[in-house]
Design a protein around this ligand. Structure first.
Ligand code: NAG
Ligand code: NAG
Ligand code: NAG
Ligand code: NAG
Ligand code: NAG
Ligand code: NAG
Ligand code: NAG
Ligand code: NAG
Length: 418
């Protein structure tokens, strides 16, 4: 992964200058102030030229510095309140390993019981929590012959060719966006939502089980806030690194944990001896499994990325074969009939039956009222209520001039258009 940030306090003035000179020097350039204008750029170099987007840059100080472990800001009253409300319930499980090396997956010197008491995915791919009251991770999808289709690590600045292709195929996917990429490329993030994809979050690229309770909370809290004016209800732990403590915190923030059964390894090409031929073989093995009956009773999820030109090109290359082999390719939330993918009542996703009979687009209309208030604990409705109160808190921050306001503004633009 490329650990860069356009929005660290240090580099921001350069960003602004660059954007200003770009605008001054390119009278015939595409409109780089709207989602639609940005979506029409076809030259990847132009797509990846930094632009200035006031709502994001104006609000950057209300976020922790990106690409470092998040901390709960002392002046974030809503975050502080939420954290103190949930902190006493967090399972008493220690952070894994020793920071800072544990943040990048070096667990040298950390001893862990072979019985896997915390259902730590990194240890043995455990997805059924041992701590009571937590739902299993979504590693496959229940519908037979179905691929839960999705991409990690977007939005990538050069994604127009890929998103154009998906649009031409009338194909939607679950997009797991990285907060700093959303900040750097807000119009590209808006395109994901406008195109009807299901927007989910990972956090930044640290191993979350290595973090303290407060750090893990902050990672998820600020990432959810970043996304384009809607509040996602799904997340994918970076590198799959999750245990019952982190699942509990995610659940308290209204997030379903989505993992995978197969890894295309597209993100590793050029490292660890992984070659493009290996990735082809991983896609091909998935197709063989479909053909040999592995998914006859329930479908699956493979990890693939919107990381760069190669991973997106590979997705395009294999799309026709996946489409031919699998009965259905649908966003993960569609396979689960999650018709309300965001805390906000709109936009909504089609359910599985609607999607496979051809209604693949989001609807802007509010779903029929499902009790989201005062529900019993543990139900998805109560999760949504928790998310809702978090959103209200977020809006309170907005009153003080926070980035949530800016992101709501981004979403507001989008909703007007839809
Ligand atoms: C929080 O503090 C930072 C400086 O540390 C400031 O830039 C920002 O505006 C403050 N946010 C709020 C919501 O008061
Ligand atoms: C704190 O938790 C209680 C129940 O545990 C809930 O009713 C209340 O809304 C929560 N407050 C916030 C700010 O999340
Ligand atoms: C992992 O961390 C240990 C210190 O605990 C260090 O000695 C070792 O070099 C690290 N390994 C790698 C591969 O970075
Ligand atoms: C890459 O392959 C070489 C030769 O097979 C091997 O010596 C090396 O350990 C491998 N490296 C990794 C990171 O797997
Ligand atoms: C199905 O194909 C996969 C990938 O080639 C293989 O690993 C698996 O063993 C096969 N299963 C059956 C039941 O043939
Ligand atoms: C996005 O993709 C382009 C084209 O491959 C690549 O140059 C760029 O580094 C990627 N951006 C990020 C943030 O990974
Ligand atoms: C990959 O890069 C080439 C050359 O810039 C471009 O024509 C093509 O559209 C890109 N493909 C994707 C999927 O981004
Ligand atoms: C989704 O809804 C359809 C009916 O519309 C049902 O057949 C299917 O079992 C549901 N799937 C899940 C995971 O709830």
């Amino acid at each position: 992964m490329v650990l860069s940030s356009l929005f660290s306090v240090k580099t921001l003035p350069a960003v602004v200058l660059l954007a200003a000179s770009f605008l001054a020097n390119s009278a015939n350039a595409q409109d780089r102030t709207t989602e639609q204008g940005e979506a029409q750029i076809s030259d990847p170099n132009e797509e990846c030229t930094i632009y200035y987007y006031a709502p994001v840059s104006n609000a950057r100080y209300n976020f922790p510095t990106v690409w470092t472990v998040a901390t709960l800001l002392s002046n974030d009253t809503a975050g502080q309140t939420k954290y103190s409300n949930i902190s006493s319930g967090i399972p008493n499980i220690s952070p894994k390993g020793t920071q800072p090396q544990s943040e990048t997956g070096n667990f040298t010197g950390f001893t862990y019981s072979a019985s896997d008491p915390d259902c730590w995915w990194t240890y043995d791919k455990c997805t059924t929590p041992k701590y009571s009251g937590l739902q299993p991770d979504i590693a496959g999808v229940p519908e037979p012959g179905t691929l839960g289709y999705g991409f990690d690590d977007g939005p990538n600045c050069s994604h127009n060719a890929f998103y154009d292709y998906l649009s031409q195929q009338n194909q939607k996917a679950s997009m797991f966006y990285i907060g700093s990429n959303v900040m750097d490329w807000p119009l590209e993030a808006q395109r994901g939502l406008a195109d009807g994809h299901e927007i989910c979050v990972p956090d930044t690229q640290v191993l979350v089980t290595s973090l303290t309770n407060e750090q893990a909370f902050a990672e998820l809290w600020y990432t959810i806030k970043l996304v384009v004016g809607v509040t996602p209800t799904c997340w994918r732990p970076p590198f799959g690194d999750v245990d019952d403590r982190i699942r509990w915190i995610a659940n308290a923030l209204g997030l379903r944990t989505v993992i995978w059964q197969y890894d295309s390894n597209d993100w590793k090409v050029g490292t660890n001896n992984i070659t493009a031929a290996d990735v082809d073989a991983n896609y091909e093995a998935l197709i063989q499994r479909m053909e040999n009956g592995t998914f006859a009773t329930s479908g699956t999820i493979m990890l693939t990325h919107e990381l760069n030109n190669y991973t997106m090109s590979e997705a395009i290359t294999f799309y026709p074969q996946l489409k031919a082999a699998f009965k259905y390719l649908v966003p993960v939330g569609v396979a689960l009939n999650v018709s309300q993918p965001y805390v906000e009542p709109s936009p909504i996703l089609p359910n599985f039956e609607q999607y496979i009979s051809g209604t693949t687009t989001l609807s802007g209309s509010a779903p029929s009222a499902t009790g989201s208030q005062g529900a019993s604990s543990g139900s998805s409705a109560s999760k949504s209520a928790a998310g809702e109160s978090r959103l209200m808190n977020a809006l309170a921050v907005d009153g003080a001039g926070g980035l949530v306001g800016a992101m709501m503004f981004v979403g507001g633009l989008l909703r007007t258009m839809m």
